[in-house]
Design a protein around this ligand. Structure first.
Ligand SMILES: [Zn+2]
Ligand SMILES: [Zn+2]
Length: 187
């Protein structure tokens, strides 16, 4: 039952690993160091690796009896927006990769699902899903420019850390003053 989508991978694609030079003898390994342009939508809604940015791959492929183990790190720049003050976040992220890719028609191939254990497609490994998953798990869903970012003044929208401690809006209608203090206490 051929469930593989063979021959869809491009061996020249920078996020595809070619194992042809890796002997299928357990324990043999090869290092892969390269820079790959980031594919689109790599990350989460508020913070992601910009498309085309340099992803540094620092990986090792090791033959195991049922396939190829890929371990190492992938790092790259991330850009996003602070969820509290909306300022731009410019950072870097490094994710650890550790994934077994089973040979087609190996016992592992026959006894596991593709979402449990990856698959080689011929001699090729598609690294993109693993890099994508690792990044999505690593990147915060609510990114902040720094841990204690105080956010924006609710009245004028200025970042609070750019304002003096006694910043206030005196022109508030006195009938609302009590209410606005209540709101602030809740925060
Ligand atoms: Zn912030
Ligand atoms: Zn203000």
């Amino acid at each position: 039952m051929p469930k593989h989508s063979s021959n869809t991978l491009d061996p020249r694609s920078p996020l595809v690993l070619d194992t042809r030079d890796l002997p299928r003898r357990p324990g043999v390994s090869r290092t892969v160091e390269r820079v790959a342009p980031a594919p689109a939508d790599l990350g989460v809604e508020l913070i992601s690796v910009p498309e085309g940015a340099d992803l540094d791959l620092d990986l090792r492929m090791t033959s195991v009896s049922e396939g190829v183990l890929v371990t190492g790190t992938v790092s790259g720049p991330v850009r996003g927006e602070c969820g509290r003050c909306l300022r731009e976040i410019d950072d870097t992220v490094t994710v650890t990769v550790q994934e077994l890719y089973a040979y087609e028609d190996s016992t592992t191939d026959a006894t596991t699902e593709e979402d449990e254990v990856g698959r080689l497609q011929g001699d090729l490994i598609d690294l993109e899903p693993e890099v994508r998953d690792a990044l999505v798990l690593t990147l915060p869903t609510n990114p902040t420019c720094r841990e204690d970012c105080p956010g924006l003044c609710p009245d004028c929208g200025t970042p609070l850390d750019e304002l003096p401690a006694d910043h206030s809006h005196q022109q508030i209608d006195p009938r609302w003053a009590g209410l606005s203090q209540l709101t602030r206490k809740e925060e």
